[in-house]
Design a protein around this ligand. Structure first.
Ligand code: C2O
Ligand code: CU
Ligand code: CU
Length: 551
């Protein structure tokens, strides 16, 4: 008799191989709203017919809508946590002040809403949002909470680029998942099913012209080596945080966890044909997750070439883009001569099935410890050296950086624009340069490996950005609360201490109201016009901050 555990591999295979029929790729709705609602909740999805999979989603059964943001305008989001565990929401790659960043300190408790308003400072590119609670990031992202952010600006709008969302401009969120015999996701480094925007075995119809794919690696650990089955040349126009100076022709594009790239594919004259986007996993160095490394977790997709997305080419649209532009945007990395200091970050550890453990400078995440302090407005060089046996996609919050060099050589042309993730291969040393423009204001920014299995295993540290004139900010203000949000002008507040003073500022930092002393809790009706405000309660060195929206 077979023991049940011996049956498991067969069952897993049978779910993954049910119905190899192609499914139309889901395209999440693109929303362009004054205020977005992201309802983080539990759902059940049939990725495969008749198989129920428990998921989490953001205002959707799996993944979430694409948020359209406009540079220079505010973004407003209400994150509503319907889960029975804490979550948070991070705007990956966006240059926002610490209080808006949505990292682990900014918890959204079960049943709570986090309203956030932040200025959109990044140039046009593709960003994304995902939860970031301490120790639960990988699990919640694995369950499906994530979505794309498209930032638009006047530079991008002036270019003749495909931008009809869902027609010639498509989000392509690539994730691998492993299904358990009962249909649920296995929480693992690697999956053996590839989902694109949540669709297994996907195909998408594209018109016979130049189309734009916004590629995002939303996988836990797998790195993709993307390219087309016919080895055709495509053009990379943007990486992570903005357009490149000019389109970069290539037949391969590696994409590590958290990285994005926008590519143009010329399908002119191909109506009726089809084309396969693949990952050439057999080409990955052994040190890169997705290879067939003998010490690491194995998966049917490791070290092999596999299909990602079938493109079926249809008739061209009325006003097709048919030409790849010659140039795109001005790319202006900070000058190395302006860097005020160099920090060295050593990535160490050994990846092994079931006992991988990695550190940054020998340290692991401690929410109570600030690891680095930057002065606002200064530029620094970070030298990231990987002495472990695995490549790590390193990510910094707080904005974009530029890659100076990889082992002394300039980065690949498609990596020469603004970046927020850089894959540092085992044995390699990468230098990046970054300007720290936004104050953490008591809410530290994270930097971490974006292999989600490593991030939650503490391969994450934090930094603060302080105003050089006011010195060190406290690590984290205490939490005050306001009800209701939004309010009609009258609201109740609750502060962890009796505040000597209450200060209300608008989102540009201008003081609009001040009063005190006040009891620890009470009701207020300050004379304010509709808008978003920041309330700071203070007593001596203690301070509690929250947000207020008046409609
Ligand atoms: Cu995409 Cu700190 O994360
Ligand atoms: Cu991030
Ligand atoms: Cu890592």
């Amino acid at each position: 008799m077979l023991r049940p555990s011996l049956l498991l591999p067969t069952c897993v295979l049978s779910i993954a191989s049910i119905a190899q029929v192609m499914n139309p790729m889901a395209v999440p709705p693109a929303l362009d709203l004054d205020t977005f609602d992201l309802d983080v909740d539990e759902h059940v999805v049939n990725f495969y017919p008749g198989v129920n999979t428990n998921t989490y989603g953001a205002s959707a059964p799996y993944l979430g809508p694409t948020l359209i943001l406009h540079r220079g305008e505010p973004a407003r989001v209400r994150v509503n946590n319907h889960l029975s565990q804490v979550t948070s929401m991070h705007w990956h790659g966006m240059r926002v002040p610490g209080w808006a960043d949505g990292g682990p300190p900014r918890e959204v408790l079960p049943g709570d809403t986090w309203f956030v308003e932040f200025p959109v400072n990044n140039p046009a590119s593709t960003f994304w949002y995902h939860p970031h609670p301490d120790g639960l990031t990988a699990e919640q992202a694995n369950q499906g909470v994530a979505g794309a952010i498209v930032v638009r600006d006047s530079v991008e709008a002036a270019l003749d680029l495909p931008r009809s969302y869902g027609v010639d401009d498509l989000p392509v969120v690539i994730q691998d998942r492993r299904f358990a015999p009962n249909g649920n996701f296995v929480f693992a480094a690697y999956g053996d099913s590839v989902l694109v925007n949540g669709t297994p075995h996907p195909y998408v119809e594209c018109p016979a012209q130049v189309v734009r794919l916004r590629l995002l690696n939303g996988s836990n650990a797998r790195v993709y080596q993307l390219g087309f089955e016919d080895a055709r040349i495509f053009h990379v126009i943007a990486g992570d945080g903005g357009l490149l100076a000019a389109p970069v022709p290539t037949d391969r594009l590696p994409l590590s966890n958290g990285e994005r790239a926008e590519v143009l594919v010329d399908l002119t004259g191909m109506a009726g044909d089809s084309l396969l986007l693949m990952s050439f996993g057999s080409e990955l160095p052994l040190t890169v997750p997705g290879s067939n490394h003998p010490l690491w977790e194995s998966s049917a997709l490791n070290g092999v070439d596999f299909a990602v997305l079938r493109i079926r080419v249809t008739a061209p649209t009325a006003n097709p883009v048919t030409v790849i532009p010659a140039s795109l945007a001005t790319v202006a990395p900070p000058d190395e001569a302006d860097a005020v200091r160099t920090r060295t970050k050593i990535l160490a550890g050994t990846g092994m099935v079931g006992m991988g453990m990695f550190t940054i400078n020998g340290l692991m995440f401690d929410p109570a410890v600030v690891n680095d302090t930057m002065l606002q407005g200064t530029t620094e060089v970070w030298e990231i050296e990987n002495i472990s046996n695995m490549a790590h996609p390193m990510h910094l919050h707080g904005g974009s950086f530029f890659i100076l060099d990889r082992d002394g050589a300039p980065p690949a042309a498609w990596e020469a624009g603004p970046k927020d993730v850089v894959l540092v291969d085992a044995g390699a040393s990468v230098r990046i340069i970054m300007r720290f423009d936004d104050l953490s204001d008591g809410w530290p920014f994270m930097y971490h490996c974006h292999n989600l299995m490593h991030e939650d295993n503490m391969m994450m540290l934090q930094y603060i950005v302080v105003d050089p004139n006011t010195g060190l900010a406290s690590i984290r203000p205490e939490a005050a609360s306001i009800h209701p949000v939004p309010s009609d002008g009258r609201f109740t507040y609750r502060c962890p201490f009796p505040p000597e003073e209450l200060r209300i500022t608008d989102t540009t930092g201008r003081e609009v109201h001040r009063q005190g002393p006040l009891p620890q809790r009470g009701e207020l009706t300050p004379p304010l016009s509709p808008g978003t405000y920041i309330i700071t309660f203070s007593t001596g060195a203690r301070r509690a901050i929250t947000h207020l929206v008046i409609q």
